[in-house]
Design a protein around this ligand. Structure first.
Ligand SMILES: [Fe+2]
Length: 179
């Protein structure tokens, strides 16, 4: 992984390339209780209301599309689901609010009790995907790219057509082209 892309907020950066599968280790996954706890937490801290255009209905669509994309892109579905649930939770309003990505990435530390059950490599990807999802860039990492594409493919809800040029993955580009 490009060292310049490593997060500066989480202690997990010491093992950014840890790959449990390559090590022949079990890859920990979140339990149903963990997912429910993440969902409850996201809704509890979200300041824009349950009917916000950046709220739970948007998170659900990003999760659904993200998991569909992941089957084609090879993205990590656990990271994609966590991104969907958490990436907009620190918005202070439904306008531009450019700081909401970094705030949500910093907030991950408060979920560490749950998130420590997944491996450090996933946490690095999650932190980076959330921190930079508002920067307008694309990513060659299939998991980060899938997260961002799933979010941008839901732009129709605010009257903006998703554009292939802003998609990271081939599958995202295809979907944007026909949206
Ligand atoms: Fe979003």
């Amino acid at each position: 992984m490009d060292q310049r892309l490593l997060p500066d907020r989480l202690l997990i950066v010491e093992t950014p390339n840890h790959d449990p599968a390559a090590d022949g280790l079990e890859t920990p996954t979140l339990t149903d209780e963990d997912w429910e706890a993440v969902q409850r937490y996201a809704q509890a801290i979200f300041a824009c209301g349950m009917h916000s255009i950046h709220g739970p209905s948007h998170w659900t669509r990003v999760e659904k599309v993200g998991l569909e994309l992941a089957r084609e892109t090879g993205a990590d579905p656990t990271v994609v689901r966590l991104f969907a649930m958490l990436h907009d939770t620190c918005r202070l309003n439904d306008d531009k609010d450019p700081g909401h990505g970094p705030r949500a990435a910093d907030m991950l530390g408060t979920l560490i009790g749950i998130l420590l059950t997944i491996d450090p490599g996933r946490l690095v990807l999650l932190e980076q995907a959330i921190r930079h999802h508002t920067d307008g860039q694309t990513s060659e990492d299939p998991t980060i790219g899938t997260c961002w594409d799933a979010d941008r493919l839901d732009l129709g809800r605010v009257g903006t057509s998703p554009e292939a040029a802003y998609m990271s993955t081939d599958e995202g580009k295809k979907r944007a082209a026909i949206s």
